[in-house]
Ligand binder design. Structure first.
Ligand code: TXA
Ligand code: MG
Length: 354
């Protein structure tokens, strides 16, 4: 246990040197600090310090075989962590288009990267976050920062400093607080060690945008569409994070996939649960919500604005347990654009899919 977890309030747009210095000093001596990125809050440690990295796994209760993303503030910093120069042109091409931003590229790791970071793999995920606070923090430290999402393992990722506090107070030295995250779902993870590149986790950068930038199609790993339910593993996984049930409230979630007659299917599932005497809650789009219904409802936003649904998704998933019901029936949205990332998170939070 750590005596006090500090909260350092900083300017989200123009954090000053002095505002960030206490957090930088904690990182420098191997401590853990949560900080905002444009996707979700990260739990940061000096990426080149193996003991500091071990602390991340402990604070989160993270499985040891799940590797961490390393955050950089410059292309040179990224190159210094790469073990295969042949991968640099593609990284540079995609960085030019998407960095800083919600794209993590998996590359061959150089020997500078501690094996604790990569969980023993010979590859490492690199990303330059598009948040002034994250970039300034890395730059001021002058070293790459390893950071998973700053939540206890298995629960929804944090998109505000309050979420981090709820999960990690007393387990980390401080939180750099700077408001809510704009993207709301984590970065897209793309393996560029293979040709063609393989999308391992959908996120803030859409497959459509990647394909446009690459001028070729991207392979989407099948686990993206058919995630493991309740830790059941469907064949070997290339990104260890894919095999765990994740983003999950305590309340069971039945997910009704989008598609033909999905509102009828949704109603049928609700009626069946009610007939079994269960208290039912809903997590639905604005279009499907019926205001006068006495079923407790969380409205996710409009299905025509998946970016908005993405931004608020984890806040809504965290609110599911507050409904105090036996089961929540969730409405799926279309897989297009950032909808793929939203659906990947909902599928992994679900206990059952219809
Ligand atoms: O948006 C984000 O990516 C946030 C912010 C803080 O940057 N970070 C984040 O980290 O979501 P985390 O640890 O929650 O998720 C990292 C994902 C996991 O699914 C992990 O398995 C995968 O990236 N990953 C990391 N390194 C990898 C590697 N070398 N090969 C394959 N997958 C990797
Ligand atoms: Mg995570």
């Amino acid at each position: 246990m750590i005596e006090t977890t500090h909260i350092w309030q900083v300017d989200p747009e123009r954090p000053s040197y002095d505002e960030l210095q206490p957090a930088v000093e904690v990182l420098r001596r191997g401590g853990l600090v949560a900080f905002p990125t444009e996707t979700v809050y990260g739990l940061g440690a000096d990426a080149l310090n193996p003991e500091a990295i071990a602390g991340i796994f402990e604070a989160k209760g993270r499985p040891q075989d799940n590797p961490l993303i390393v955050h950089v503030s410059s292309l040179d910093m990224a190159y210094s962590l790469m073990g295969n120069p042949a991968e640099q042109p593609l990284l540079q091409q995609l960085a030019h288009r998407f960095w800083p931003g919600p794209l993590t590229m998996v590359v061959t790791a150089s020997s500078r990267v501690p094996r604790r970071v990569t969980a023993g793999l010979d590859t490492v995920g690199l990303r330059m976050p598009a948040h002034p606070v994250a970039l300034a923090l890395i730059e001021q430290l002058g070293r790459p920062v390893a950071a998973p999402s700053a939540n206890r393992s298995g629960v929804p990722s944090p998109t505000s400093a309050e979420h981090v506090w709820d999960d990690l107070q007393g387990r980390i030295e401080g939180i750099v607080a700077a408001g809510e995250c704009k993207v709301g779902v984590e970065s897209t993870v793309l393996d560029i060690t293979v040709v063609p590149p393989v999308l391992l986790r959908p996120g803030g950068v859409t497959p459509e945008a990647l394909e446009e930038a690459l001028g070729r199609s991207v392979v989407i790993d099948r686990h993206v569409h058919v995630p493991a339910v309740n830790s059941e593993v469907i064949g070997p996984v290339r990104s260890p994070g894919m095999k765990y049930r994740h983003y999950a409230p305590r309340t069971p979630i039945v997910l009704v996939e989008a598609g033909d007659g999905h509102l009828e299917r949704l109603r049928a599932v609700v009626d069946k649960q009610l007939a079994e005497g269960k208290r039912v809650g809903l997590l639905v789009t604005e279009e499907a919500a019926t205001p006068q219904s006495d079923v407790p409802t969380i409205v996710m936003g409009s299905k025509h604005r998946p970016e908005q649904i993405a931004q608020d998704l984890f806040r809504h998933l965290r609110a599911v347990d507050n409904l105090a019901v036996d089961v929540v029936v969730a409405e799926g949205i279309d897989d297009g654009g950032v909808g793929l990332a939203v659906m990947n998170r909902l599928r992994r939070a679900a206990t059952e899919r219809v």
